[in-house]
Write a protein that binds this ligand. Sequence first.
Ligand SMILES: Nc1ncnc2c1ncn2[C@@H]1O[C@H](COP(=O)(O)OP(=O)(O)OP(=O)(O)O)[C@@H](O)[C@H]1O
Length: 377
Amino acid sequence: SDPGSLMSDMQNTTESKRLNVQGLTHSYGGKNAISDVSFSIEAGEIVALLGPSGCGKSTVLRAIAGLIQPKNGKIVLGNQDLADVSARGRGIGMVFQNYALFPHLTVAENIAYPLACQQISRAARKQRVEEMLSLVRLNDFGNRLPRELSGGQQQRVAVARAIAGRPSLLLLDEPFGALDRALRFDLQVELLHLQKTLGITTLIVTHDQEEAQSLANRLVLMNKGNVEQIDTPMTVYDRPKTLFVNTFIGQANLLHGTVLRFELDTTVIGLPDNRLLRLPRRLNFTPGSRVTITFRPEEVRLTALPGENTQPARMTVSVPLGPSLVHELVLEDGTSLRASEVRGPSTFIPEPGAQLFAEIDTARCHAFPAEPEFISE
Ligand SMILES: Nc1ncnc2c1ncn2[C@@H]1O[C@H](COP(=O)(O)OP(=O)(O)OP(=O)(O)O)[C@@H](O)[C@H]1O
């Protein structure tokens, strides 16, 4: 091959592109899997699509990749509408959990495979493969077969193969799903580094909220085929828009009650057994509304004596989790509650069965309309 094509190929670096998904709807056999899904990813950004099993994450990914034709909606990459672009022609790199390497090809051949379709000269391909092997730290593994690699190494080859063609969008579907926790973490750090270095616009699908929070600039939270919130991991945690988001991201305690009345800037909530909870703001609910009040375990403090906004509680068990201590409690009406605190040398560890008071940080409580299953007459 001629040196001229090698030169022009080397200058052909990845161009970051913005992805815009607008009103995406798809159904399988008449049943909607996703409805009106819209979000965008800025050029070079990592966004995680997150939600419980069956919420439609893979369907969104397949539509972007061009593997299914969505019933409705628009997908624009850079300034190109992808509607009439074939899967191959989209310039998208993919790593799927079950997207195995070709078992009979070596690592180097696997990585070179997508390049062969791109009319890149042999010399340039060889150089690109070396570059990719080095990026995923597998320099000496080019001649091995996939079965001679560990699971983590195989996944790194899959990542190398996905980015070898310098895609302008990288799609990852549960890429580390099959790997153990420690290895997952290593690969996440590696992927993040790689993504930043190359500046590839990336969409990662996962049901693992920690993975999503550690990798992504922004999260797209999906539930039952709909998008419920799009925000940074911190905003999603601190200001969840729905009860689903609140309980899906991090842990939340739930108290079901009724809005009784407003007293100046306070909302008085009636809880079971005629207990009250006073929230230091006016909620946007009319008196009589059934509500679910939520708060995080770290927003519950245990005290020996009753005070304002304390609920009598019985200790079930205290579990040390590394630097913190997690307490499981039961309120008098049987509602379970979780409290957590950072453990210090003098942290008091209550006995199981101890009668205590749970003091709730009411300034940080959220209130949502009660879901039908929690409304009992
Ligand atoms: N090929 C198919 N034929 C029929 N129904 C399908 C098909 N693929 C997905 N579904 C259904 O569409 C819905 C969304 O599925 P999808 O795979 O997109 O969810 P997901 O969020 O990726 O789930 P998971 O995390 O379990 O992979 C589910 O109810 C699923 O059963």
